[in-house]
Design a protein around this ligand. Structure first.
Ligand SMILES: Nc1nc2c(ncn2[C@@H]2O[C@H](COP(=O)(O)OP(=O)(O)OP(=O)(O)O)[C@@H](O)[C@H]2O)c(=O)[nH]1
Length: 663
């Protein structure tokens, strides 16, 4: 986010406005879950910070972002940290302290929203800088948002325990925030696009794999938890069924006791025996003795409610139980009513058990009045009903229920119970907190670790790409520098060479000659020659300067050969004049060397236009002792040359030996 392009501001502004509008409607309506409020507040904060960042108020933006990132981090930690590190109860304790009675799960934003928002906030805080992984953060957000979208689009057979996806409006706001960031990051994107591409795609593929893995693990975890809860519900139903079977067996035992008697039991005997069962099974509201003609003879326990029924003839009085009574008294079969409204005003079932005297005659029947609410309560006592909701129902009619005060989880399991032939539905629904506690964290940990690894991979690849590019640039400029240095050195050498040499003949020039003389001229004797071509002007005049140059060249070669053979230095002094420095050379030796040069030139087959041979005149001088006095030495040699010219050219003239003294 370097510039503040208008489209980016508009997009972010729209996201903020949408969040404010939805949040406002929520407040006015006063409905909806608390987590939706915290989701909107957090989106609003990040949107506001993003707008501030785009406007250039970076400091303020970072303050707001930090404030949003704190709850987001807590949220993510609460999703990721294992239950044995920080239990849900511990989170809830802190959460209640902070949010006045609200538990974590009530205000906690959905997982994918919290993740997306954290990434967007981080990208915004770093101003989507590509070297800090801005493009990757946006890429991951895109994937997370698409994944959230999937939750909305694809219908799932079982609802999830965790809230993964945010609502559609919240998701829309997130897209707006993301769009704003992308638009702001677009300028300048191309500059490093190659490096970013190379780092981005492998990292995004890693995120995609992490998402797929998470998805698989999430489904597996939820299915496993679902199966666990289902089997627990089934176990509970089995326990209840066995409890019911037990009470039916007890009822049969009770009825069989009276078969041993040959007469209607006394009230006292009846009450004593019935009290035992009544106390053991609290749901036997009444235990009554019915005589052969269906009169109610004894009831235990007696109360104001049932005292009036004694003497009632059930064949006449109770339409609901008439068939059941008849079945017991006439067919010696266990008969039972449907679920009926009992005298006590609660739903129940009355069982009629025959008391046979022989194969065809009965003494009467036992009527067992079972209160379904008390039966359910007795059964429910075996379960922790603070964490699980239990409902016993006949069809749609709820006979008994125990529901915890905490919010319930999304899964309810119904099992059919056979209550003395009466099919009743037992609904078991664990509360949300108990499910959350048992929900595995590793799918979310995989996702978070995958994202973190992808982020690290991006940073490493980007740094590597960037370094490689810098290295290449450095290498190229280094090579360029080397080339430049080489060229300059060559140029310098050429300049230095030219400063001390004659370009035409390649011989040392006057400067180098004099420098050499000064530097090495201590040995005595020391001789100097000055050699001048005779009538050279004529060569130029008749043959032109190019031929003149060639002659000069040949002469230079010749002079250099002879002089260097004697350990001397042959130089071009200027024009058609050459000089030679001969260290440790006597006047006679110098004369002979000069003669050699003269003769070689003469024999060199260089001619004037008239056929006459090209010749040279040479003046020599020798310094025998004393310090080097250049001017005097050169003047003496020049004088000797002059004399050679004056005496007809093509000759060597030696100046008198020179001996200088320290003045
Ligand atoms: N082709 C050519 N000619 C040169 C160069 N430098 C000097 N000269 C010529 O050398 C000639 C020297 O002529 P002068 O000084 O008159 O001497 P000269 O003709 O040799 O006669 P003397 O020295 O008196 O024998 C001139 O014509 C110059 O132009 C050179 O580099 N190339």
């Amino acid at each position: 986010m370097r510039a503040s392009p208008l489209p980016a501001c508009l997009m972010t502004g729209m996201a903020l406005a949408l969040t404010a509008l939805v949040g406002g409607l929520h407040v006015i309506g006063g409905t909806g879950p608390v987590y939706a409020v915290s989701e909107r507040v957090l989106i609003g904060m990040v949107a506001l910070a993003q707008l501030m960042m785009l406007a250039g108020w970076r400091q303020s933006a970072r303050v707001v972002l930090s404030m949003a990132l704190i709850p987001l981090t807590v949220t993510l930690l609460s999703y990721i940290l294992p239950e044995y590190w920080v239990s849900l109860a511990a989170w809830d304790r802190w959460s209640r302290r902070l949010t006045q009675g609200l538990e974590l799960d009530a205000w906690r934003p959905s997982l994918l929203l919290a993740l997306s928002l954290t990434l967007l906030a981080t990208a915004c805080a770093t101003r989507a800088r590509i070297q800090l992984g801005g493009p990757l953060l946006m890429g991951i957000t895109v994937l997370l948002l698409l994944s959230q979208l999937r939750f909305g689009v694809a219908s799932t057979s079982t609802p999830h325990v965790l809230r993964y996806a945010a609502g559609p409006l919240e998701q829309l706001a997130l897209w707006g925030l993301l769009g704003g960031q992308i638009l702001a990051a677009l300028p300048g994107w191309k500059a490093r696009a190659t490096i970013v591409h190379r780092a981005l795609w492998p990292s995004l593929i890693l995120v995609l794999l992490a998402l797929l893995l998470w998805h698989q693990q999430k489904n597996f975890t939820e299915r496993e938890l679902n199966a666990q809860v289902r089997s627990e519900a089934q176990r509970l139903a089995d326990r209840l069924t066995s409890e019911i079977n037990e009470h039916q067996a007890a009822m049969s035992r009770f009825a069989n006791v009276w078969s041993l008697f040959d007469q209607v039991p006394s009230q006292e005997a009846w009450s004593r025996q019935a009290a035992l069962y009544h106390d053991d099974f609290r749901y036997f509201l009444n235990i009554a003795f019915i005589d052969r003609d269906s009169h109610i003879v004894h009831v235990h326990p007696q109360s104001n409610v049932n005292r009036g029924v004694i003497g009632t003839r059930l064949f006449d009085a109770q339409p609901a139980g008439r068939d059941a009574v008849r079945q017991a008294l006439l067919e010696q079969q266990v008969g039972r009513t449907d679920v009926i409204e009992l005298l006590q005003g609660v739903p129940g079932i009355i069982h009629y058990l025959p008391i046979p005297r022989d194969a065809t005659h009965t003494l009467g029947a036992v009527a067992m009045v079972v209160s379904l609410p008390i039966l359910a309560e007795t059964l429910f006592n075996e379960v922790d009903t603070r964490r699980t909701a239990l409902v016993l129902a006949e069809g749609e009619q709820v006979l008994a229920s125990q529901v915890p005060t905490t919010p319930l989880g999304p899964w309810r399991f119904d099992t059919l119970l056979d209550v003395a032939g009466q099919p009743l539905r037992l609904g078991v629904q664990p509360d949300r907190a108990s499910l959350l506690e048992r929900h595995d964290r590793y799918p979310i940990a995989s996702l978070s670790i995958g994202i973190a690894l992808a982020y690290l991979l991006y940073l490493v690849l980007y740094a590597y790409g960037s370094l490689a590019r810098q290295h290449r640039t450095l290498h190229a400029s280094n090579a360029e520098l080397h080339r430049e240095i080489r060229t300059r050195t060559e140029l310098q050498q050429e300049i230095e060479w030219l400063a001390r040499h004659d370009e035409l003949t390649q011989l040392p020039n006057r400067r180098l000659f004099l420098e050499t003389l000064k530097a090495k001229g201590e040995a005595r004797p020391l001789s100097i020659l000055i050699c001048d071509i005779d009538h050279f002007k004529r060569i130029n005049d008749h043959y032109g300067h190019l031929v003149g140059d060639r002659y000069l060249n040949q002469l230079g070669e010749l002079g250099r050969g002879v002089t260097e053979a004697h350990g001397g230095l042959f130089a071009r002094y200027g024009g058609e004049e050459f000089v030679a420095y001969l260290p440790e050379t006597t006047a006679d030796q110098a004369f002979l060397i000069a003669e050699t040069i003269r003769l070689r030139v003469k024999d060199a087959d260089l001619h004037h236009h008239d056929g006459s041979v090209l010749t040279v005149s040479i003046g020599t001088v020798t310094l025998v002792t004393g310090p080097l006095e250049l001017d005097a030495l050169m003047q003496a040699a020049d004088d000797a040359l002059y004399r050679a010219k004056a005496q007809g050219r093509n000759r060597v003239m030696a100046a008198p030996e020179l001996a200088t003294s320290l003045s």
